[in-house]
Design a protein around this ligand. Structure first.
Ligand SMILES: CC(C)(COP(=O)(O)OP(=O)(O)OC[C@H]1O[C@@H](n2cnc3c(N)ncnc32)[C@H](O)[C@@H]1OP(=O)(O)O)[C@@H](O)C(=O)NCCC(=O)NCCS
Length: 145
């Protein structure tokens, strides 16, 4: 399988928004993604295969830290390394030399994502009770050297 990770563009937004609506419980709007294309602190990338866009990731660079906001892979393309490829790429792109903390919040009940992040070297550092209307948030972080 060919995988190309590249910066997102406006023509990707239809696919990105449909994946977002299908897989995220509190989906971002199209306007939200449009803003991600232009924010200077934001990195918004997609994973493209022969069959089109199979996933995307969004991260922000905030005060020396990387805040990971989204990694989503199409349901029928999971467990093939695409999520990891998106994660590695976005971290590499945002990391200047030196230590960097990468932070994220994940729904406590999202076991797949928690395992995915643990496998990628993240550790769970805290819990925010009822952070989401219907779930707690687990805080995870990883230091990049
Ligand atoms: C989390 C997500 C992005 C992972 O994408 P993916 O492309 O399947 O991940 P990878 O194939 O790169 O997985 C890498 C490793 O993570 C772990 N992992 C991934 N999915 C897992 C699962 N469902 N259960 C347990 N471990 C899992 C495994 O160790 C896996 O390696 P392996 O397949 O060799 O065992 C994907 O499940 C997804 O899009 N979920 C819905 C959206 C979401 O919740 N995103 C996170 C919050 S924004």
């Amino acid at each position: 399988m060919m995988i190309l990770i590249r910066n997102a563009r406006t023509s990707d937004l239809d696919t990105v928004c449909s994946l977002e609506n299908e897989w995220m419980q509190s989906p971002w709007s199209r306007t939200g993604f449009e803003n991600e294309l232009s924010n200077s602190f934001s990195r918004f990338v997609v994973a493209e295969t022969e069959e089109g866009i199979a996933g995307y990731a969004v991260a922000w660079e905030v005060c020396d830290e990387i805040q990971l906001n989204r990694i989503v892979v199409r349901g029928d393309r999971r467990r093939r390394g695409l999520g990891r490829a998106l994660l590695d790429y976005i971290i590499l792109e945002l990391s200047p030399p030196g230590d960097r903390r990468v932070l994220l919040e994940v729904r406590a009940r999202n076991e797949a994502a928690r395992s995915f992040y643990r496998t990628a070297g993240f550790v769970e550092t805290g819990l925010r009770k009822q952070y989401y209307e219907d779930d707690d948030a687990v805080l995870m972080e990883r230091t990049i050297r």
